[in-house]
Design a protein around this ligand. Structure first.
Ligand SMILES: [Fe+2]
Length: 259
């Protein structure tokens, strides 16, 4: 199993504080069946800056520590890049890490409380450079919750979505869990990742999420999510089924408004 999003690179952001914790978290990941992991410390989110070169060096050191501890996990350098006006400049300056070596998939975070006005333009700007944005945890974004049509719009324009495993199993509460299910039902989900930060709360939960997905959507559907993770890390095409609008609050309100 591949995990495309986690914060277990030691001492770089609000995830693991030190190497010892990181090794223990890595063991949890391995116990969950994770074999490969993209390390995605926050970058340019207004709080954390983790330059490409530094992440690469630290990832190598972490891999060495994993090997020494005989933890069978392969880690790759990555970043969770926050949407910002300086993003294109950072790409031009070669300070952004992509999910794949071919610089196709960008792990992109929006603010939690909204979908900024300029998002659509920024996504288009990225896509016109041949970059496919991977929108992380849309199920936790209040802007998408209020207007799920925006998510439909971005996916229909070619963006990929990464749902967080723990959201799907209820770690962030019923509301987020329900919205995750709605996104999946609408065909607007593409891949699961852990976004693991620590032992309590934001842990891996990948096994639990896949068990639930298999039960609710079938084995083949769950396999597609796993294959998509592999495709993203390899820079290949992902598989989306048919997509629909999320049956969210806004659309219901509109209907009431008509009558
Ligand atoms: Fe994250």
């Amino acid at each position: 199993m591949i995990d495309l999003h986690c914060h277990i690179l030691p001492g770089v952001d609000d995830g693991s504080p030190d190497m010892e914790t990181s090794l223990r978290l890595a063991q949890v990941a391995v116990d969950q069946g994770i074999t490969h992991m993209l390390l995605t410390p926050h970058h340019m989110d207004g709080q954390y800056v983790n330059h490409k070169a530094a992440v690469m060096t630290k990832t190598e050191a972490f891999q060495n520590a994993l090997d020494k501890s005989q933890i069978r996990l392969t880690v790759f350098p990555g970043q969770e890049v926050h949407i910002t006006g300086e993003l294109l400049q950072a790409i031009d300056q070669n300070d952004v890490l992509f999910a794949d070596e071919g610089s196709r998939y960008l792990i992109l975070e929006l603010p939690h409380n909204e979908v900024p006005e300029y998002t659509s333009k920024m996504l288009f700007g990225l896509q016109s450079r041949g970059i496919t944005p991977v929108l992380v945890h849309p199920e936790r974004n209040q802007g998408f919750m209020q207007d799920p049509d925006k998510l439909y719009e971005f996916v229909s324009q070619g963006c990929v979505t990464q749902l967080t495993a723990s959201s799907y199993v209820g770690v962030f509460g019923e509301h987020v869990q329900k919205f995750t299910e709605q996104i999946i039902d609408a065909g607007l989900g593409c891949v699961f990742a852990s976004d693991a930060h620590n032992f309590k709360g934001r842990n891996f939960k990948m096994t639990q999420a896949f068990e639930k997905l298999e039960k609710e959507k079938g084995v083949r559907f769950a396999e597609t999510y796993k294959e998509n993770a592999k495709s993203i890390i390899n820079g290949d095409d992902v598989i989306f089924g048919e997509i629909h609008h999320v049956q969210g609050k806004k659309r219901k309100k509109k209907l009431w408004g008509l009558f």
